[in-house]
Ligand binder design. Sequence first.
Ligand code: PLP
Ligand code: SF4
Length: 375
Amino acid sequence: MSSWARRPKIWEDIDEATWGSWHWQQQHRVRDLEILERILELNDEERETFLAARSRFRVAITPHYLALMDGQDPNCPLRMQAVPQSGELEIRAFELEDPLAEEAHSPCKGVTHRYPDRVLLYVSHNCPMYCRHCTRKRKVADPYTTSSRADIEAALEYIRRTPTARDVIVSGGDPLTLSDERLGEILRALRAIDHVEVIRLGTRNPVTLPQRITSQLLEILREVRPVYLHTHFNHVNELGHDARKSLLELLDAGCVLGNQMVLLKGVNDSPEAVMQLNRELLKVGCRPYYMLQADMAEGITHFRTPISKGLQIMDHLRGRIGGMGIPHFVVDLPGGGGKIELTPDYLEGKYPHPDGTRWVFRNGFGQTFDFVEPD
Ligand SMILES: *Cc1c(COP(=O)(O)O)cnc(C)c1O
Ligand code: SF4
């Protein structure tokens, strides 16, 4: 069922073709409390938080994403990502405005170059929806910090004269906020650089605005293929008919699809939720790539899960879903330390053996096994 068939009552007169236009979806994003209240039954907390939260980090929700929510359930996993909760207003002393020190590793505006081979290029600071758990809140949605045409040209020039930049991640905000023409120029410019071996596109549009995946956009992606397209599904309810269709079309245009999920309390912090999401993603050719621990960004305490929860989820997945459905569980270290991977500890002990060493391992089901390593 497409999201149009589930559309909230205020849009009941909108026909399917209009609903399917990404321009219409963009123009009708919900930003005001009055309109939101006509769609969702808000509780007092949400109502009181809305204005204060909005002045810190813009609110915008696409009609498509709203249609996928359960309007009656305040704990709906999609609503929690889109509608400000009171936890957003709590800033803890340990939290950081720029948790990953992306500015400190910036050789020019719109670029973060932390690993020798990989360059992160920010081409837009806007997104169709502003996710309440966003790690780049400090600049996403801020019209004053967005890169200008000249900034992007300077960033491309930096990549051209940096031969170690083999892997360029086009990110934002959301790069698909740009027009096809502008995005096409950037992607073609990258493809024309000999030492750029890998082009990645980080976008949440397949989740929040799958209508953006038009045939014109697919043509551009096909032209510069392969593009590693990394998206950001956090819950299986986000993966409706329209999202599935957009992912299959992206595959067809030569994209390699990956998902970067963020562990969020109350949204997806259970082995069953992650398993279900990952199985559905595999059905449409999208491999779970990362399961990220929420960063030390400001105002996301209410979303934070203990590290042990992520490890427990990883432990559960191993043996119960094929390896392709198992993401890397990653912590992006504050201060620009980069990403590290955490795995459950499967080693129970190490003992002498007549032939060498006896390692004792456990599996994901808690059974133990001996592995003999000869001298
Ligand atoms: C996450 C990240 C990358 C990409 O890392 P991979 O582990 O290769 O996906 C590159 N640069 C920065 C600054 C990052 O934060
Ligand atoms: S789409 Fe990504 S960059 Fe944009 S608000 Fe959501 S998490 Fe942040």
